[in-house]
Design a protein around this ligand. Structure first.
Ligand code: CIR
Length: 260
């Protein structure tokens, strides 16, 4: 049996544009370098493709510095896709730029069109349920609108909370398999993963929590050896990707693709 929460045939990515230097960041820890980011992005795409998946690679968008972080523009489910309504005003226009690609892949394409906001980075689909973390980017109205669409498609949705000071819910967690979630201790402490098997990233390696299980692989940011070893011991096939440039913009493995 396949599990659509981590077994995928397709992904959508978008190459970073030169305007990436103007991407949003909570704290300035340096400017990302386009050349090294393009190299890291290419190895990310190659890892996705190595699992046999088709990757739709969209062109850079100079007008939207954060457009490489495609995950925030939509939620992809087996029944259909939902265009998000980003809480970051500068990212709102990215959604219309993503719509044509999704229209080519889905018969049922919905959109969050009320006054609420929601970004894909706050949504974890586990197979049992959809967890949505309220954050500075995702509010109650956005969650409620998504919950209605999810219910129509037979999914239960649970509203949870992203820890203070953390950009997105999935900045701090990722799905490893049908039962297992990789999480920081601070997020797990909120109790939101009760009933799941939770693996904690090593202390001091919190930035390793934004990983993705994609078919047989776990893609994680390079430079977190204790978490990588732990995942390897647990039987996961780990591929490490240079995330140094994306990290300057609070981005990680999940943000760089839509997977379905
Ligand atoms: C932003 O602040 O929106 C971007 N610089 C980073 C977005 C990361 N996306 C994600 O975690 N899904």
């Amino acid at each position: 049996m396949t599990n659509p929460s981590f077994e995928f045939t397709r992904a959508i990515t978008r190459r970073p544009a030169a305007s990436i230097v103007n991407g949003l960041r909570a704290e300035d820890i340096g400017t990302p370098d386009l050349e090294t980011m393009l190299k890291a992005h290419a190895s990310y795409v190659a890892a996705l493709k190595s699992t046999g998946a088709e990757v739709i690679e969209l062109d850079p968008l100079e007008a939207y510095p954060d457009a490489v972080f495609v995950e925030d523009t939509a939620l992809c489910l087996p029944q259909g896709a939902v265009l998000m309504r980003p809480g970051a005003p500068s990212r709102m226009g990215e959604v219309a730029e993503m719509a044509p690609a999704l229209r080519g892949c889905y018969e049922d394409l919905r959109e969050i069109k009320g006054h609420g906001h929601i970004e894909g980075g706050d949504i974890l689909v586990t197979g049992r349920e959809i967890l949505v973390g309220r954050s500075d980017r995702t509010d109650a109205a956005g969650v409620a609108e998504l919950a209605e669409i999810a219910a129509e498609w037979g999914h239960s949705l649970r509203e949870v909370f992203t820890p203070e000071g953390v950009l997105h819910f999935k900045t701090d967690c990722s799905l490893m398999d049908a039962e297992t979630i990789l999480s920081t201790r601070r997020l797990d402490a909120s109790g939101c993963f009760e009933g799941y098997r939770v693996l904690h990233v090593a202390d001091g390696e919190e930035a390793a929590a934004n990983a993705i299980r994609f078919n047989n692989l776990v893609l994680m940011a390079a430079g977190f050896p204790r978490t990588a070893e732990m995942l390897d011991r647990e039987g996961f096939e780990v591929v490490e990707i240079d995330n140094r440039d994306c990290a300057k913009l609070d981005g990680g493995m999940s943000c760089l693709s839509l997977r379905f």
